[in-house]
Design a binder for this molecule. Structure first.
Ligand SMILES: NC(=O)c1ccc[n+]([C@@H]2O[C@H](COP(=O)([O-])OP(=O)(O)OC[C@H]3O[C@@H](n4cnc5c(N)ncnc54)[C@H](OP(=O)(O)O)[C@@H]3O)[C@@H](O)[C@H]2O)c1
Length: 253
């Protein structure tokens, strides 16, 4: 049995493209009011208009979540303008691959700042609201969905610092589950394999070519495939907590 998200509010970070955009659409389709956070406000406003056009509520919030104040403000605006917070999807992230030797340190900093610190800042601001929303939640629970990766389960050459961040997200998720689930906050780690999004556009050209080459012969997942997995997890009845979803393209090694 699936629980509707009618009366619930979801905040999705990194909602301006890819998995975040598809997830915002999916949660809105289940009845949630959605707050959309990212840096590209034009993309968020277009998505909010689109969602609004189908009679649902969406709020575009320009935020660079690597800045603690902006991450906190994104959460506070969600609660003040949409009334509460029931579902946080920590999705914003970057994947800057390549060998460790001679890697630009700036790329490592960006991955740590967005994938780890941005997620932590947003989560820190959200926890009190998620806890207080449990008691009058139409579903009896609230949710945090952390987007990890297959790279959070399996380390590989050329992905060192990305795997460092995603193993961290997976470990943090289990720790959060042990701390928060008895109080009604469910924690889910989603671990996608290759998904066709803008993620690889940020790679250095020489790295991008070799990554694309590795996946040329397989049909990648679409963002909506991950959004549907997230939708499944957060619409389970209150006594069911899906803690981990590992989802690869069928042909991915
Ligand atoms: N695609 C895959 O194969 C794959 C596989 C496993 C895991 N993942 C994970 O899935 C998540 C989403 O990635 P995607 O594949 O959908 O790629 P994407 O289309 O590039 O989306 C990344 C999102 O993160 C946002 N973002 C980046 N820096 C930000 C910042 N400082 N503050 C706020 N938002 C920021 C981007 O928005 P702005 O640029 O507008 O800020 C964008 O909306 C990531 O955590 C990624 O690691 C992806």
């Amino acid at each position: 049995m699936s629980e509707s998200l009618e009366g619930s509010v979801a905040l999705v970070t990194g909602a301006s493209s890819g998995i975040g955009e598809a997830t915002a659409r999916a949660l809105s389709g289940q009845g949630a009011k959605v707050a959309l956070a990212a840096r590209r406000l034009d993309r968020l406003e277009k998505l909010a208009l689109d969602i609004g056009g189908s009679g649902r509520t969406a709020l575009a919030i320009e935020a660079d979540i690597t800045e603690q104040q902006q991450a906190t403000e994104a959460v506070e605006r969600t609660v003040s303008e949409l009334g509460r917070l029931d579902v946080l999807v920590n999705n914003a992230g970057v994947m800057l691959l390549g060998p460790m030797a001679d890697a630009p340190i700036e790329e490592w900093d960006r991955m740590i700042d967005i994938n780890l610190k941005g997620l932590l800042y947003t989560t820190h601001a959200a926890i009190p609201h998620l806890l207080s929303a449990v008691s009058d939640s139409p579903r009896g629970v609230t949710d945090v969905v952390n987007i990890s990766s297959v790279a959070g389960r399996v380390a590989s050459a050329g992905a060192g610092v990305y795997t460092l961040t995603k193993f961290g997200v997976a470990a943090l998720s289990e720790s959060m589950r042990q701390e928060l689930s008895r109080q009604g906050v469910r924690i889910t780690a989603i671990e996608p394999g290759a998904v066709s999004t803008e993620l690889v556009d940020h790679l250095r050209p020489e790295v991008r070519d070799s990554v694309r080459g590795r996946f040329d012969d397989i049909k990648a997942l679409e963002a909506v495939d991950i959004a549907e997995a997230i939708e499944y997890c957060v619409t389970r009845p209150a006594h069911v907590s899906v803690n981990e979803v590992l989802i690869r393209p069928t042909a991915q090694k």
